[in-house]
Design a protein around this ligand. Structure first.
Ligand code: HAM
Length: 423
């Protein structure tokens, strides 16, 4: 049997799992301060949720989805991202009746059949937020600020991040621009790769994302959507930027930032890091998707949000020399001098744990010497030494592992004595 995890997936061993929990806890604290509530949707959806939502001609839908038929011949897909599922759930449960709004956050694994490399996995983990029912540009600024504040909260220095912003226009101004880009691609067809030529028909704006140097050079001269925005989109974009200016959030306008999902309208943004990640340098991104709910047959409901990638955030933290705070594995180790006191050791450890102390004991009949070694490995600050003679008079010895001081404590006083010594 092959005991390796499938290509592009990784086991989250304790150090990484602890980092994931630290990031999700940080997100919960921060996001709830901004009024967001948790939501969890299934890891798989009816395939149509993604084909309709993300767009048939995107790389995600056309190349990267894990799609399968279940035993009832339904086409299901492992979620490649969270937005489509959250909007589907909001519609199904009428979470956003007309005139109301919802602010939601989520975290969990996403699945994309991509070529694995550093910072690019087939199963990766995201933390994200979605705001539904809010059209005003201050919400765009709030969401962008929240993403930046999250990265700051986990210790990524502002100097190593770049915030890119752009506007994708809306149904009033984008169709005409799309035609212009399509015509531009056709005019330069010979200089562009095969895929970009195909994109002239399927998804012309994606040509801005092509990594082929010849395509990059040609697209650098292409007309920009920024110059063709309708008045409403232009005003919306200006207000978003003005709000960011007000909070002193540094950003760069990136008029060729198109992002890989078709649902975006108006504001899009991405946070990239300058070190440690090579080409997979986008640690988070998002934008507005005012037509997505309607795409599913729901009422007009504006929306916006972001998602950040756990693996890339962790790489960025490592590059910045930030470590995840590690909780104590044991404040107290309860050591047994011989087997005659095993039962007392077991009940004393339980009493300490019930009192909220991180306590550990030996389950493997180790010698006293190796119990002390284990206490050191766990960085225990105190060791309770339980021996038959002391036990006979209702006492134990408490040893401070830093000062090496030892004192006798009555068993009935052990919890209080430990607590006061731990501070
Ligand atoms: P996305 O840009 O496709 O947006 O993904 C967000 C983040 O997930 C990326 O910035 C990256 O950090 C991480 N990520 C994406 N693919 C991979 C991968 N294969 N391996 C590791 N990390 C990856 C979305 O998913 C949108 N749903 C964001 C959004 C929310 N827009 C509006 N609301």
């Amino acid at each position: 049997m092959n005991v390796r995890a499938p290509k592009g997936t990784a086991d989250m061993l304790p150090d990484v799992a602890r980092a994931w929990e630290y990031l999700t806890r940080t997100a919960q604290d921060l996001f709830s301060r901004y009024g967001y509530e948790p939501i969890y949707t299934p890891l798989f959806e009816n395939t149509e949720v993604f084909t309709r939502g993300i767009g048939e001609a995107t790389d995600i839908v056309s190349k990267e989805m894990y799609t399968f038929l279940d035993k009832g011949d339904r086409s299901l897909t492992l979620r490649p991202e969270g937005t489509a599922s959250v909007v589907r759930a909001a519609l199904e449960h009428s979470l956003v009746p007309q005139g109301s709004s919802a602010k939601l956050y989520y975290s969990g694994p996403m699945f994309r059949y991509e070529r694995p490399q550093k910072g690019r996995m087939r199963q990766f983990w995201q933390i994200g937020v979605e705001v539904l029912g809010v059209a005003g540009p201050s919400a765009d600024a709030e969401v962008i600020v929240l993403l930046v504040r999250f990265f700051e909260a986990v210790g990524i220095p502002a100097a190593s991040m770049r915030l890119l912003v752009n506007s994708m226009g809306d149904e009033a101004c984008r169709p005409a621009y799309r035609e212009r880009i399509s015509a531009y691609i056709r005019d330069h067809g010979e200089q562009l790769c095969e895929e970009c030529n195909r994109r002239a028909v399927t998804n012309p704006l994606r040509a801005f994302d092509c990594k082929n140097p010849a395509c990059v050079a040609v697209m650098a001269e292409a007309p920009l959507l920024r110059d063709s925005l309708c008045e409403e989109c232009s005003a919306h974009y200006s207000t978003v930027k003005a709000h960011l200016d007000r909070l002193g959030i540094a950003y760069e306008e990136a008029p060729r930032l198109v992002r890989g999902l078709d649902y975006y309208t108006r504001t899009v943004f991405e946070v990239q890091v300058t070190e440690g990640l090579g080409s997979q340098n986008a640690i988070g991104g998002g934008g507005r998707y005012d037509r997505l709910m309607q795409e599913y047959g729901g009422p007009p409901t504006p929306g916006l949000g972001f998602a950040l990638g756990f693996e890339r955030t962790l790489l960025a933290m490592e590059a910045a020399g930030v470590s995840v705070p590690a909780p104590a594995r044991a404040d107290v180790y309860v050591a047994r001098v011989d087997d005659s006191v095993s039962e007392s050791v077991f009940t004393m450890t339980a009493a300490l744990r019930d009192a909220g102390v991180v306590a550990e004991l030996d389950h493997q009949a180790r010698s006293l010497k190796s119990q002390f070694k284990q206490a050191d490995r766990l960085a225990a600050r105190l060791v309770v030494i339980v021996g038959p003679d002391e036990l006979a008079v209702g006492e134990v010895t408490l040893r401070d592992m830093t000062s090496k001081d030892e004192s006798r404590v009555a068993i009935g006083e052990l919890v209080n004595a430990v607590r006061s010594r731990l501070g």
